[in-house]
Unconditional design. Sequence first.
Length: 363
Amino acid sequence: MPAMFLIVRDEDAPTVAGAITAFADEEGLEPIDLDAQAQNPIAMLQLLAGPRALVSATGEQVAAFGLESLDIADAEEWGTAISTACETEVIAIEPAADGIRVYVFDGGELDEQLEVPLDPSGRTRAAQLAELTDVDEGKRELEKGIAATNVEQLLQGVLRCFGVGGPGNDAMMLAFVDPLARGEDDDEGLEQAPHLDVAPLPAASLSGKVGEAVSSPYENVFAVSLHGADPIEGIRLALSGDGLALVRVEGVEVAVRVRDAQQQEKRAVSVDAPSPNGEVTVDLADAFLERIDAPPPTFDMSDMFATMQRLMSAGDAQQLNTLLVDVKAVGVRAGEGSLVLKAWVANEAIAPGEATVPVRVVE
């Protein structure tokens, strides 16, 4: 589901967060108490890889980010639900095939649906949106034209004109779990079974242009850790998914520790062409991981960037035993897809793990 953004007028962040949580609950998702999970960075990585959203106050309005990860409604449905619950004006913005689409709701009713096509000249005028923003500079920019050569730049430009630059330091994080996606053994049973846990890092994705680097907004994309087993040495990683048709993987960078070492090394590993089954594999014969039971320090989950920083600097033992993986690739074809990382070891008693991140390549 493509990214979407909500702007809720004349409301506060806790009220909007409550409306989002209530709608998600109606659609079958269960809210997660993040404070109860904050002592375990690996658990937080798992939670942040699932359905989650950020709610941030920007002046007299509230912006919601990441609602697409909940995968329960499209932008129009979210706008209707939150406008109804908060009894106020809501603007929903989403990318379209050749531009962006903007919905305006009031009291749960759709007032306007506006299409803003990307101008191939590199400057897109959207005077029809100027009357919707209270930001004077934003009005002028919308009338004169937003500098944008692709849909993503246009989307960010329109948000900026509405006074939305991204989640603030006081952003509220909402996380959910889909009970239908969990196994019958529940989380406790999964924790006891020896397995490799693979999780995308918070907000991890790969994006870029054809002929240029396709990369993540953060330094790494995946984290791999060992659960419920004795120390292991040697891990195989495999990349697959339809996202491989959009990029040429040139290598991976892995933060890895070898046996008896007290620090990780950042290792660049070249890769061969995809195998007949479409996988790109990497063998790390000396990668060493231990199971760690000691709880790491607590931290505040109110800020996404600070969360990422603290996850990466959690206790030394936890950090040493978390394999961090970054993918180095170049865009070869425009489109959207997914990249899957699978990790496994020779010991058949330890179940493999895998995780997925989105891939987006534009012309």
